[in-house]
Write a protein that binds this ligand. Structure first.
Ligand code: SF4
Length: 737
């Protein structure tokens, strides 16, 4: 370290684990990152993505100034020009065509920024649109829906008590590569190894022998897409063999008898052929789960983004409940974040409703106020009242992340009158925008994890101000979004802090707190004062000053039981067998006899990648982080594919071609392509990603396959055909559309 270098602390924003980093900074450049050993939560853990923080932060392809389209070309502009254009265009469109004419897409980096936690709800309120789409319907909406139905609160998601459990059952999750999701846990790999060291048991259900599966005591290579059937059979065994004992939860449960009746025909024998697992294996897993001194079932993307994703997510918690492991140490517990709601007396809540409105074209029901991303293109393309004519995208790249990106690409190009993108990159989606608003690099932003702290396996809180001053000409992301709220809501030109002042006043009024409390809030910005207020009103009576005095964070202790206070159902009880689930169960029953005639496709994550965000960071490219088609040796031999051959993969949405990687880590009948690739479109500014673009797996999807309860796209267990391409065909993307 040179004599003019310094260090600064920063929580890593590159995955859900939220590790504390110690950055080395020379001048205003981050030149290194290592794990912060004193961080109260991560205690020094870091992965290759975090170690590449500096590369991402200083990426020369990052946009430094706003872009505004003039005569069809995006040109650099001032911030004032950019917001003037937005205010004029959006308000004129709303005046002429109504509120539904503006759609919003929120990408998942929003959960990794302070601005993304504070301002999107205000933007949606200012616009008043129901055309709201987020990455949740490409990922986790099934879990929100099942939590909403079971507990009355779509945000009440129990997480496995990784540090204390004696038995962990993972289904469709690969935390050794992903570092965890909907379960915030720095050093997830270390926690799994610690579980084994203390004599605990790890069971992994996954069609791939992942790095996580290799660590397990038992790996069951299930047929993709049949997780809900397996979970139903595990439930049936517990009930049939009188192993179900919800313990202290019993007094808070409704629907136990109805559940038992509905599960009766999902016997291990009945699901065995569909899941391709022996009945004895299924019974063994259920009995081990019931016998463990403590246990947690945790399901993730492979069990969510499938046809029965909501049923699988529901059954995960049904198993935790029936084994008495929900809401007890060592089981699955509800975190209590420092900015969460302070515990209230147990009382009936408003409950959770689905389908309060429907999408205009296909009539998809809303879930949690959102419509399926798979419906976005048709809502832009299809004429009629309520058509989306303008789109605001914040930290999202749906052209790569949504089904049938070619169609959405065309819709964005030809079907919109106006588009705004808040993004540091001119990516495959942002290239269509009329105005691009670039947030500063992460080192120049303050950081607080509003969403991820509510999913953390240990209650803790950390806050850090920007490690590096905002560069000249840059604008803080909180200010960008506050100005956007003002511009689209008819208040263009008002001071950005007025947005925060209004929120603070409204929050105090709702809580019946004295207005004078607003004057006591500390903080350099409106966002900081809002954080201070949330901390003061939160369950731990903290303040911003306390957080600033503890730069490595404040440990708030192990997770504790929260039932019944956490329940917000109309009955104030856990609805074990809610009506929408009951209504969807015949669809699962009908799948008992279904067998895929050919190959099915699953996705995969790589430790050095996260969706499409990091493909432009040279340090994270190469090695095994490649866009290949993984295929079992027997299937490869049958199809005449040799290692490295170009394979053509075809499905309902189109075709892609990718190099073959022969590996017995995928089971027979299954092929795997990673997602987030396909950086081959013109007009982007992604030098590194574009040099080795890979193919976009979502181009194989036509968007018609959804989990109906949550509107989540089916991204796993997709029927495909694979053929060998003769001759030296370059890797490329084609489409049948
Ligand atoms: S595990 Fe996630 S949060 Fe931790 S260093 Fe890696 S990318 Fe960052």
């Amino acid at each position: 370290m040179s004599h003019d270098s310094r260090t600064a602390l920063r929580v890593c924003p590159l995955c859900e684990a939220t590790c504390g980093l110690t950055l080395t900074i020379e001048g205003t450049t981050v030149t290194g990152a290592r794990g912060d050993r004193d961080d109260v939560f991560s205690q020094g853990f870091i992965c290759p993505k975090g170690a590449s923080f500096g590369g991402l932060d200083a990426d020369p392809d990052r946009l430094r100034t706003p872009l505004v389209r003039t005569d069809g070309v995006l040109r650099e502009a001032t911030w004032d020009e950019a917001f003037d254009v937005i205010a004029a265009k959006i308000t004129a469109l709303i005046d002429e065509h109504g509120k539904q004419a503006v759609g919003v897409f929120l990408g998942n980096p929003n959960v990794h920024t302070m601005a993304g936690g504070l301002y999107p709800p205000l933007l949606l309120a200012a616009l008043g649109t129901r055309n709201v789409f987020t990455a949740s319907t490409l990922d986790q909406m099934p879990k929100h829906v099942s939590s909403g139905l079971l507990f009355g609160d779509a945000q009440a998601i129990p997480v496995p008590d990784l540090d204390r459990t004696a038995h962990l059952l993972l289904i469709g999750a690969n935390p050794l590569e992903s570092n965890g999701s909907l379960c915030t846990a720095p050093d997830f790999p270390g926690k799994l190894k610690a579980l084994r060291r203390r004599g605990g048991t790890l069971t992994v259900i996954d069609p791939r022998r992942t790095r996580t599966a290799r660590l397990a005591d038992r790996h069951a290579a299930i047929r993709p897409g049949t997780d809900a059937l397996l979970l139903a059979a595990l439930t049936q065994v517990l009930l049939e063999e009188k192993l179900a004992d919800p313990g202290t939860l019993t007094e808070h449960l409704d629907g136990f008898d109805e559940l038992a009746e509905a599960m009766a025909d999902f016997t291990p024998e009945a699901v065995s052929a569909a899941c391709d697992l022996e009945p004895d294996t299924i019974r063994g897993i259920a009995r081990e789960l019931a016998a463990a001194p403590s246990a947690a079932v945790y399901g993730r993307i492979g069990s969510c983004t499938v046809e029965h994703g909501t049923l699988a997510s529901w059954l995960v918690d049904v198993l935790n409940i029936l084994t008495g492991n929900l809401d007890r140490p060592g089981g699955a517990l509800f975190p209590l974040s420092a900015t969460g709601r302070a515990p209230r007396p147990a009382a009936p809540g408003k409950g959770f409703a689905l389908g309060r409105w429907r999408s205009r074209v296909s009539g998809h029901p809303e879930a949690k106020g959102e419509l399926p991303v798979a419906a976005l293109a048709e809502e832009i393309e299809t004429p009629g009242e309520g058509r989306i004519r303008a789109l605001v995208v914040i930290a999202g790249n749906p052209v790569l992340s949504a089904p049938d990106g070619d169609r959405l690409d065309r819709a964005l190009a030809d079907g919109l009158d106006f588009m705004v993108s808040v993004d540091p990159y001119l990516n495959e989606t942002a290239r269509h925008a009329d105005v691009v608003l670039p947030p500063p690099p992460p080192s120049q932003s303050a950081h607080f994890d509003f969403a991820l702290n509510s999913l953390a396996v240990r209650n803790q809180v950390r806050y850090g101000r920007a490690a590096v001053p905002l560069e000249e000409g840059g604008m803080d992301e909180c200010e960008i979004l506050a100005r956007l709220v003002l511009a689209v809501g008819g208040n263009h030109g008002a001071p950005p802090e007025s947005v925060d002042d209004l929120v603070i006043a409204a929050t105090l009024a709702k809580a019946g707190a004295p207005e004078t409390l607003a004057a006591e809030l500390t903080g350099l910005t409106g966002a900081e004062r809002r954080l201070d207020l949330m901390l003061r009103m939160g369950p731990y009576d903290l303040t911003l000053e306390q957080l600033l005095a503890h730069p490595h964070g404040i440990d708030l202790g192990a997770l504790k039981p929260r039932v019944p206070q956490v329940l917000r159902t109309r009955t104030g009880r856990i609805e074990l067998f809610p009506e929408p689930i009951a209504a969807d169960l015949p669809r699962l029953r009908a799948s008992l006899g279904a067998r895929p005639a050919g190959l099915v496709l699953v996705g995969r994550r790589h430790l050095r990648s996260n969706n499409s965000w990091l493909h432009n960071v040279a340090a994270l490219r190469g090695g095994s982080n490649v866009c290949t088609l993984q295929i079992h040796p027997e299937d490869a031999a049958r199809l005449g594919l040799a290692e490295g051959d170009t394979a053509r993969i075809s499905a309902a949405g189109g075709e892609v071609e990718a190099p073959t990687e022969i590996t017995d880590s995928v089971r027979t009948g299954v092929v795997s392509l990673p997602h987030g690739w396909g950086h081959s479109r013109a007009g982007t500014r992604l030098t590194v990603a574009g040099a080795d673009p890979g193919v976009n797996v979502n181009q194989l999807l036509d968007g018609s396959l959804l989990d109906p309860l949550s509107g989540t796209s089916v991204l796993n267990a997709v029927p495909v055909s694979v053929t060998a391409v003769r001759g030296a065909v370059p890797v490329s993307v084609t489409s049948t559309r």
